[in-house]
Design a protein around this ligand. Structure first.
Ligand code: FMN
Length: 328
């Protein structure tokens, strides 16, 4: 039996394949199913900073009939916040009782605000690590890249003072200096960076001529982004790298491990093919390792990162030179 075990964020994983945060990882039934398939770890559905604040303000609005007693309204706001949080904490506790793999809690955040208080409770409930999905779209034309990037460091600083469990951050590729920022982030004491989050993407409905929601799920070609950046950042960052986006087959898992990912996350594939996809990916990885004569992940992990690849320039290349110049 091939050994697929590895470590991620300092946690032992029986497989480098992690179920990414989504509605699938929001209930104990699915998590037990994923466990049966041999998943390495699970990132729970995120608790949204925005969602918590919105829920509280919605209840405050509904409470207007209370005649404007500010203390009562404040109590309802607090209650709602604790309710959302309690459900989350209960899920963590249930998971810790039901399965032995690491449970990674997840928070979607955009600032170092009130949600940071929740982090300690999440740790107390038994989460093995916290993944912060810092989802800032740098779309404000009056905000500089420095201002934008400072938020990441502020959030990490604030949460580090509250908890001792490992922290990872999930980032988007929208940085003007992605390599430098990722390297600096890796010096803050976080244990891992997840490359990359996938934003909700708008589409256009050409019949109704309206802006619509689109592209919920990724496809196989989407691994190109994490593959390039994992390979280029692997020798330069001082923390783990986890690849996310487009991991929809065992082949993609192998590619990303060769590029240097310590682990990978898959989400869309679970929606499209079900939780059994984890077992299929694990089997592919084990068969490939057997065929190649590898006994452990460590033997080939990072073999094709930029420092080890025979042709490292391929990762830096941005133009289709052969294509444009007609060179074969
Ligand atoms: C339906 C759906 C819900 C998601 N919910 C979350 C979430 O709550 N928190 C989060 O960090 N990422 C969330 N994601 C993003 C995924 O965790 C993942 O980063 C992204 O889908 C890219 O991976 P994939 O190509 O394997 O789907 C969600 C993705 C999908 C498709």
């Amino acid at each position: 039996m091939i050994n697929l075990s590895t470590t991620y964020l300092g946690l032992p994983l029986r497989s480098p394949i992690i179920a990414g945060s989504s509605g699938i990882t929001n209930n104990i039934r699915n998590i037990i199913e994923l466990d049966k398939q041999g998943v390495g770890a699970v990132v729970l559905k995120s608790l949204f900073e925005e969602q918590i604040l919105n829920e509280a303000s919605k209840t405050l609005h509904q409470g207007e009939g209370l005649g404007g007693y500010p203390e009562a309204l404040d109590y309802i706001g607090q209650y709602t916040r604790h309710n959302a949080l309690n459900e989350y904490l209960n899920l963590i506790r249930e998971c810790k009782k039901a399965v032995s793999m690491p449970i990674i809690a997840s928070i979607n955040c955009v600032s170092a605000s009130e949600w940071i208080q929740f982090a300690y409770s999440i740790q107390e409930a038994g989460a093995d690590a916290i993944e912060l999905n810092i989802f800032l779209l740098p779309s404000d034309p009056y905000r500089s890249a420095e201002d934008h990037e400072a938020v990441y460091f502020q959030i990490i600083d604030a949460i580090k003072s509250k908890i001792t469990i490992p922290i990872s951050i999930k980032i988007s590729p929208y940085f003007s200096g992605l390599a430098k920022t990722a390297i600096q982030l890796s010096w803050t004491g976080i244990k891992g960076i997840v490359l990359f989050n996938r934003f909700f993407s708008p589409d256009i409905d050409i019949e109704n001529e309206t802006v619509a929601s689109g592209f919920t799920f990724s496809n196989a070609a989407d691994i190109a982004m994490p593959l390039r950046w994992v390979a280029m950042l692997r020798p330069r960052v001082q923390c783990d790298l986890c690849a996310s986006s487009g991991v929809d087959s065992g082949e993609a898992v192998v590619k990303l491990l060769l590029a240097g990912a310590n682990a990978v996350q898959t989400t869309s594939a679970l929606y499209k093919h079900g939780t059994a996809e984890i077992g299929i990916m694990n089997n592919f990885l084990a068969d490939w390792m057997t065929r190649k004569g590898y006994q452990s992940i460590a033997e080939f992990n990072g073999k094709l990162s930029i420092e080890n690849a025979m042709n490292p320039a391929a990762y830096e290349r941005v133009q289709f030179m052969k294509h444009f110049a007609g060179i074969e």
